[in-house]
Write a new protein. Structure first.
Ligand code: ATP
Ligand code: MG
Length: 321
């Protein structure tokens, strides 16, 4: 395994004590594999990834383990983490944390990445940057390289950020809603290039997306996050065909589908996503919204059970099949 995250917990200071936003997340990804993480807003997807990469916010306490190519990331000195992030691990975040510098052209900043991390010469670095824009099917690469970030549309900026994340040919790309701001044709081009990198360069991908269509098209495995925990994890085909956690079932059922009459109401999951400050530590967090909850669900947190090869579910109602 390229990255193995286990027992990851993230908490922040809050009035009246700390609030835990990731409560023991376990996931792993292999070279050349795409793991998608899905779940409602606020379930802790971004926090789990940011904390794994040493980018949790000020005041965060992070515990657990994240082994990347055998090295422990939790507690790693920030210099070493920074080095890994530009080089072995590429990042594309929804809020563009690794933003573009306004006073440098696209070409200059892309080349800079290779000069700094790979010791490449300027000339060679620029040629490689151009090649990456071609891989990502960005039209008129030479023209783009000469532009400044403010001259680019939001969507084009996002594509340049993706190019930047991929330039050092990282072994892992972590992408948090990478295509949300893009129109569907551009999105399709980006997703095709992700698939190509995965297949030909063996790049592993962790993808967070609200778009289950995107997930279905790219993911090998899917992890479903609820209230700071992975409640279900399965090979993608199996997850879509036979979801076992009542939350996953609700999530899939609430997605618009072409084969359903447009007038049919979308079955939604009742209730609100829980506030991290009030999630019980010793009960199933989904219980208040769950249609199949039983008294035992209040008595203890359900442990993940393997119901089929590679298919784990943390729910008392999911009997091994
Ligand atoms: N710096 C912070 N301090 C305190 N709480 C935070 C901080 N950052 C995030 N949180 C809280 O952590 C929880 C998880 O947030 P996170 O951003 O991981 O959700 P998400 O699953 O990525 O949601 P979305 O799909 O909307 O991006 C939320 O309740 C959020 O308010
Ligand atoms: Mg997020």
């Amino acid at each position: 395994m390229l990255l193995v995250v286990s027992g990851l917990r993230v908490s922040y200071p809050a009035p009246g004590g700390r609030v835990t936003v990731v409560r023991g997340a376990d996931f792993a990804v292999e070279s050349g594999e795409c793991l998608a993480i899905v779940g409602e807003s606020g379930s802790g997807k971004s926090q789990a990834l940011l904390a794994t990469l040493g980018l949790a916010g000020p005041g965060a306490e992070v515990s657990g383990s994240a082994l990347f190519e055998g090295e422990e990331l939790v507690g790693m000195p920030s210099r070493r983490l920074q080095q890994l992030r530009g080089d072995r691990i590429g990042l594309v975040f929804q809020d563009s944390i690794t933003g573009l510098t306004p006073h440098m052209t696209v070409g200059e900043q892309l080349a800079e990445v290779l000069v700094v991390h790979r010791g490449a010469g300027r000339q060679a670095a620029r040629a490689e940057a151009r090649e990456m824009l071609e891989v990502l099917q960005i039209p008129e690469p030479d023209y783009r390289l000469g532009q400044y970030p403010h001259e680019l549309s939001g969507g084009m900026r996002q594509r340049i950020m993706i190019a930047m994340a991929l330039l050092c040919r990282p072994s892992l790309l972590v992408a948090d809603e990478p295509t949300t701001a893009l129109d569907t044709t551009v999105q399709a081009a980006i997703l095709r290039s992700f698939a190509k990198l995965k297949q030909h360069a063996g790049t592993a991908l962790i993808l967070v997306s609200h778009d289950l269509g995107v997930v279905a098209g790219l993911a090998d495995r899917v992890a479903v996050m609820y209230a700071g925990r992975i409640v279900e994890m399965a090979p993608a085909e199996r997850l879509f065909a036979a979801p076992r956690h009542p939350y996953t079932q609700g999530l899939l059922a609430s997605t618009p589908r072409l084969d359903r009459a447009p007038s049919a109401p979308l079955p939604a999951i009742d209730g609100q996503p829980p506030d991290p400050a009030s999630v019980p530590e010793e009960a199933c967090a989904f219980r208040p919204r769950c249609k199949v909850a039983r008294p035992a669900c209040a008595a203890g947190r359900p442990p993940p059970v393997e119901v089929a090869p590679g298919h784990r579910v943390a729910c008392l109602a999911a009997e091994p099949a």
